[in-house]
Design a protein around this ligand. Structure first.
Ligand SMILES: *[C@@H]1O[C@H](CO)[C@@H](O)[C@H](O)[C@H]1NC(C)=O
Length: 394
């Protein structure tokens, strides 16, 4: 059944892709105004978000092609903008060569992902391996995951609002930054618990990722080799399991983030949020939306393949492996109609909180199209409920 659904999905995606390509060729006049700006150095996107609504896929592709012809100047601009410092001329040359490869990659991504904007961002001088090792960190989920964790009850989906955003309702802390540490899974976990705690208490408290990095070595019960291991990766469901056993999570300010593996300094008298229970959400995207609305922000695993070059817009790549989940993030909302210049119709999207700082993507957020299981967004979704903290008044 699973496979059938997937095959149907991919042919739908393919048809949509072909249609949108055809549409792009039909509307060249609409894109004309974009080209004028292209001679400007800033136009090739070292400026992460140039007016997203003024852009379209074809315009960005032209920009990137021009950028490649003038890569040296763009690299100089990039180095300055992101305060990059390299140890000597050799390293500088090596990074420039990687930068050029990443410009080619952004161009490839742009062709496959017309509704988003790909280009230069702060990761443009990293190889794919470096990016993977330093900025992701979701361990490959064991097959048994969904069987081991209890499934969330099926919810009604008739009355879901067309747009929904937990940020507007005060359930989401500001975007954080994992730095060069494969600890994405801890940020996904704290984000979900911050939301759950907000649902329970009405208070938004930023929670400690470092506690999870240092103290959570929980292993999957059915695959004892799959364990949470700080900057080397982990899983959100095992992190809830840890928090349940340990008694909860401390505040961010009481156990601040360092981004390096350290010894555990957990103080159980300073617990700020506790787990009551957690469950995995169905792969149906309407169920995911219903759980999001009812329970708060959800921890999700995704394939981050298109994120290294992402600058803005709704990412909806024609090809993005649904199995290869390598990044843990937080689903905080959805929209009915994101700006999608390549299509005549606007696209529904998910709003995803990332942990690469507010200077990545759209103020730290990623928009991914909704309803096509793109990049495995529906594959590893979990929800957590918070328990009341016992106060020691008595
Ligand atoms: C999880 O805990 C919450 C809060 O205590 C409770 O309302 C809910 O019924 C529990 N859910 C499950 C699936 O056990």
């Amino acid at each position: 059944m699973h496979t059938v659904a997937k095959e149907r999905m991919s042919s739908v995606e393919m048809i949509t892709g072909i249609l949108s390509l055809a549409l792009l060729f039909l509307v060249p006049t609409i894109t004309a105004h974009v080209h004028e700006a292209s001679s400007d150095l800033n136009a090739v996107l070292p400026n992460p978000i140039r007016e997203v609504t003024d852009m379209d896929g074809e315009g960005v592709i032209d920009d990137l092609r021009r950028g490649l012809l003038n890569a040296e100047a763009h690299f100089a601009h990039f180095v300055k903008k992101f305060n990059k410092e390299y140890s000597g001329a050799e390293e500088h040359a090596r990074r420039f060569s990687i930068f050029k490869k990443n410009l080619h990659k952004a161009l490839r991504h742009q062709k496959l992902d017309r509704d988003a904007i790909h280009g230069i961002n702060k990761f443009s001088d990293l190889t794919e391996e470096e990016f993977h090792e330093q900025y992701l960190g979701l361990t490959t989920p064991p097959r048994s995951l969904s069987q081991r964790t209890q499934p969330a009850p099926i919810l009604p989906t008739d009355d879901l609002p067309p747009d929904f955003d937990w940020r507007e309702l005060g359930a989401v802390t500001p975007v954080k930054n994992q730095g060069a540490c494969g600890s994405c899974w801890t940020f996904s976990t704290t984000g979900a618990m911050e939301g759950a705690n907000f649902m329970k208490t009405g208070k938004l408290i930023s929670l400690s990722e470092q506690q999870l990095v240092d103290c959570d070595h929980e292993c999957d019960s059915s695959e004892p080799d799959v364990c949470d291991s700080g900057c080397n990766g982990g899983l959100m469901t095992t992190a809830y399991q840890y928090a349940l056993k340990a008694g909860g999570l401390q505040r961010e300010e009481d156990y601040p983030y360092t981004g390096i593996d350290g010894s555990c300094k957990f103080d159980n008298t300073k617990v700020a949020a506790m787990v009551a229970n957690f469950s995995t959400v169905s792969i149906d995207e309407d169920q995911i939306a219903a759980n999001l609305v009812k329970n708060g922000p959800l921890a999700v695993g995704i394939n981050a393949a298109f994120m290294q070059t992402y600058v803005g817009g709704v990412s909806c790549p024609y090809v993005c492996n649904k199995q290869n989940l390598d990044h843990g993030v937080l689903l905080v909302g959805y929209g009915a109609a994101g700006y999608a210049p390549g299509r005549l119709k606007n696209k529904p999207f998910w709003i995803i909180k990332n942990s690469w700082g507010p200077d990545w993507g759209e103020d730290g957020y990623y928009k991914l199209c909704r309803g096509h299981n793109v990049c495995g967004i529906n594959t590893m979704v979990s929800t957590v409920a918070a328990a009341n903290i016992q106060t020691d008044d008595h």
